[in-house]
Design a protein around this ligand. Sequence first.
Ligand code: PPS
Length: 312
Amino acid sequence: MERPEDDSMDYSTILENVPEGTFYRFPLIPIHGVPLMKPIADSWERIEKFQARPDDILISTYPKAGTTWMQEIVDSIMNEGEVEKTSRAPTHVRSPFLEICSPPPVPSGIDLLEVTPSPRLVKTHLMYELTPESFWHQKCKVIYVARNAKDNAVSYYYFDKMNKTQPDPGTWDEYVIKYLKGDVAWGSWFSHVLGWWNARHKHDILYMFYEDMKEDPKREIRKVMKFLGKDLSEDVVEKIYRHTSFDTMKDNPMANYSSIPSNVLDQSLSPFMRKGEVGDWMNHFTESQNKIFDEEYQKKMAGSTLKFRYKI
Ligand code: PPS
């Protein structure tokens, strides 16, 4: 299949014109105990056997941890800050989503990846244990971004409202419990962040934090540059910093998912680029939700050296 990287219009048109009923709130089916949306579970064999290339860069996150931000940073670094190049296509075409699957005729993440020229920027939300083995055989570079559990939960709640392919989140009160149990797409935040943390020295993994990126974006951009072996001038760092700021990305149709039609992402319910802050959880958690959350958190994170910041 020939699919040039810049045919994003084509992709959006396919999504807009799918037969009625193609997209619905897909149920979650456990794969090795991790709940995944049915089309992903149905394609699991193909996903598991995905063939990575040695120069693939894998961006791995729990959903809503700062994936799109990191995708934009890495693509900007790879293109040495040239905005004309990073504007060639929307995020999901420039950096395909490995495991995403929808019923035909929508191309899957792997369909897109197979026709993407190297070096490919691959997005995944898979837990470490579920990540295709070929990434390790090929010794690929991996950038993992983690975000504190509470802000991550709030962001995921709004996303589950507006993403018409994921289970309905219910009320915020119900969601807090579901999230703590890992009863959401891609499973438990705890297992995700801990699985990747414990694996960080086994492979070429850069473990990043959303809160650090908010605190000092240029410092964190330089960290990613170094990891990717890119030596760019401070002028270019400045350019990348501006191009990947929340306000710029919010207005950038190639980074704000506005090309995905509302039958999939309904941005009138909640914008994809929603707030982009550390500490928004304080506007959502009641005292009792916070107490339940903290108790569970202590249990699940006990003994780990992995620490998060809940305000900066
Ligand atoms: S997804 O659907 O899993 O790929 O979503 P993801 O990109 O991981 O997370 C979306 C949240 O990241 C925020 N975001 C940013 N914050 C700060 N700066 C920049 N540049 C940026 N880009 C995206 C986005 O607003 C979502 O967080 P919330 O808290 O919902 O605003």
